[in-house]
Ligand binder design. Structure first.
Ligand code: AMP
Length: 540
């Protein structure tokens, strides 16, 4: 027997068309470099993305060819998100926090010929140009000033009549986007998304038990559009008709809170480090911002401490904790309460919500130990592996590597985790961040989350330092809240109530700020390097 169902290829063009057809007047609001707000509609996005597509085809862009962007979050970047795939090409988002040398490596590896860039980022491009072979640099006028000589003006480039523009006929597995991994070890590697993976990911993250996204929402994407598709919300929001609000280059807590208040944001997304500063701003100025009650915040990219979920709850704001990777488009899991958790005490509910959560539909997870897959008992630890329609099966320009993809086709995430009987995944570390003390593993993430629950602590990261007897011991690098004091002995006693004695750090270093990666995570490689001479206080 054969199926009687139609087989229409999935495509991001379908999302663009749907956005215009059903939600033409929904808005995209972008904060520009001069802090004014730029407002446009889904109808205009549709028109201008198609103009960009027609202009790219006219300029000789071939199906499957990458077109790079170096841009903040705003309406022009949205046009690239839809216009580049509409031309049959591949949207290649470049991380504007990388060095010119790293960007040059990535541009050469991808084979980019065309770059779309913000006018405010031209100083970076000038350093980049001698290192790369770009044929065309097109500048988006986010400052509203004439574009510098020697570059092509974006508005002139897309000034074509695209009324009759025909989308390229593509199969659903054709590439539509590309993003490089953060590359904390080794060179960054390209992950290439397909039209199919992008559409399926958009559907899954919109579900009620994930982002619960609908045309009643206004979504603030603090997650950069240059990293992991801004967690997929640009595509999903157009599909469901949710207003999009973009901060542009203004990422300070006060700026973000102003935008949330002014645009009645109902869902905001970002990494915990952003939310730590927002929490401090709210605590320091109670009542200053009138935020939409019940506003959801999807927080992920690194672990969300339980204390943070509780702190926001007091402001009437709900954190949804998720886990993902560039390799997963990026969302893999989200933590939400099942009906049977309703009767649990508040503290236990926070505990569930602080886990990384339940796999999205169609994503499969397993915990691989030395002797094969581990039971889902919440205690058996191993490497987290993933499989599914929006999980990468390899890397661009890279031979198949058994350290990355298993022989039976699962992605090796490099995260160390457990899964409990109810299916909640919990990450205890990155493989390389685990601390091995006297032959026993200590989770740096668990210690960090606990330390960040202390009222005097703003941020904390835990790394291994050498020890002559125990091989490694944990060192807690701590940033105190402004005006607060805390001594190492007090932190140790605070942790001793939650962890076995041998796991509690004896070593504490107080710093003004923690180093961050280009995507806002604590940069443990730098910390390990900064403190490599540290002499542990743990007795021998
Ligand atoms: P990236 O590809 O740069 O987004 O980094 C992906 C990695 O970030 C994952 O493999 C995890 O190590 C980490 N990560 C993402 N979300 C979480 C989370 N909720 N808790 C802990 N680690 C996370």
């Amino acid at each position: 027997m054969h199926t009687t169902m139609q087989s229409v290829p999935l495509s991001t063009n379908q999302l663009l068309e749907r956005g215009k057809q059903f939600f033409a007047n929904r808005e995209i609001v972008s904060r520009l470099p001069d802090k004014t707000l730029h407002r446009t509609t889904f109808e205009a996005l549709h028109r201008r993305a198609r103009q960009l597509a027609a202009a790219l085809v006219r300029a000789g862009t071939k199906p499957g060819e990458p077109v790079a962007t170096l841009m903040w979050n705003h309406a022009w970047h949205m046009e690239a998100y839809f216009g580049i795939p509409a031309a049959g090409a591949v949207l290649h988002t470049l991380n504007l926090r990388l060095s010119p040398e790293d960007l040059a490596y990535i541009i050469a590896d991808a084979g980019d010929r065309i770059l779309l860039v913000d006018d405010v980022l031209l100083p970076l491009v000038e350093k980049l140009v001698p290192l790369v072979k770009l044929e065309r640099i097109i500048v988006a006028p986010t400052c509203g000033k004439p574009v510098q000589q020697g570059y092509q003006d974006y508005e002139t480039f897309i000034d074509v009549d695209a009324t009759d523009f025909q989308y390229q006929e593509l199969e659903e597995n054709a590439p539509c986007g590309m993003c490089y991994t953060s590359g904390t070890t080794g060179r960054p590697k390209g992950v290439v998304y397909s039209h199919r993976s992008t559409v399926l990911h958009s559907l899954a993250i919109s579900l009620p038990d994930c982002l619960d996204l609908s045309c009643n929402d206004a979504v603030l994407a603090v997650t950069p559009m240059f990293h992991a598709n801004s967690w997929g919300v640009p595509y999903a929001s157009i599909m469901v008709g949710a207003n999009l609000v973009f901060p542009g280059p203004h990422m300070a807590a006060e700026d973000l809170l102003d935008l949330m208040e002014r645009e009645t944001v109902t869902l905001a997304l970002g990494v915990p480090t952003v939310w730590m500063t927002i929490q401090q701003a709210l605590d320091n100025a109670p009542g200053r911002w009138q935020l939409k009650q019940g506003m959801r915040m999807m927080v992920g990219g690194s672990a969300v401490p339980k204390a943070m979920i509780a702190a926001f709850e007091k402001h009437g704001l709900a954190i949804k904790h998720g886990w993902g990777m560039t390799e997963l488009s990026p969302v893999g899991t989200l933590s939400w309460l099942k009906p049977e958790h309703a009767a649990l005490p508040e503290e236990s509910q926070y505990q569930v919500r602080a886990r990384q959560g339940i796999a999205l539909p169609l994503v499969e997870l397993r915990i691989m130990g030395e002797n094969g897959p581990q039971p889902w008992d919440g205690a058996s630890v191993g490497e987290l592996q993933a499989r599914g329609p929006w999980v990468t099966g390899g890397y661009h320009n890279t031979p198949r590597d058994p350290d990355k993809i298993t022989d039976d086709g699962w992605l090796r995430t490099g995260d160390v985790a457990t899964i409990d009987a109810e299916g909640y995944m919990r990450i205890s570390d990155r493989t390389k961040d685990l601390i091995k003390s006297g032959g026993e593993w200590i989770s740096s993430v668990d210690l960090e989350n606990a330390i960040m629950g202390h009222p005097a602590v703003a941020e904390a990261a835990v790394v291994a330092v050498r020890h002559p007897k125990w091989d490694e011991r944990p060192l807690a690098v701590v940033v105190k809240k402004p005006g607060k004091e805390v001594a190492p002995e007090e932190l140790r006693a605070f942790l001793a109530a939650q962890f076995p004695n041998w796991q509690c750090p004896d070593d504490y270093a107080f710093v003004e700020a923690l180093p961050r990666t280009s995507t806002g995570k604590f940069m443990k490689t730098k910390l390990r390097d900064d403190f490599k001479e540290w002499v542990s206080r743990t007795p021998q």
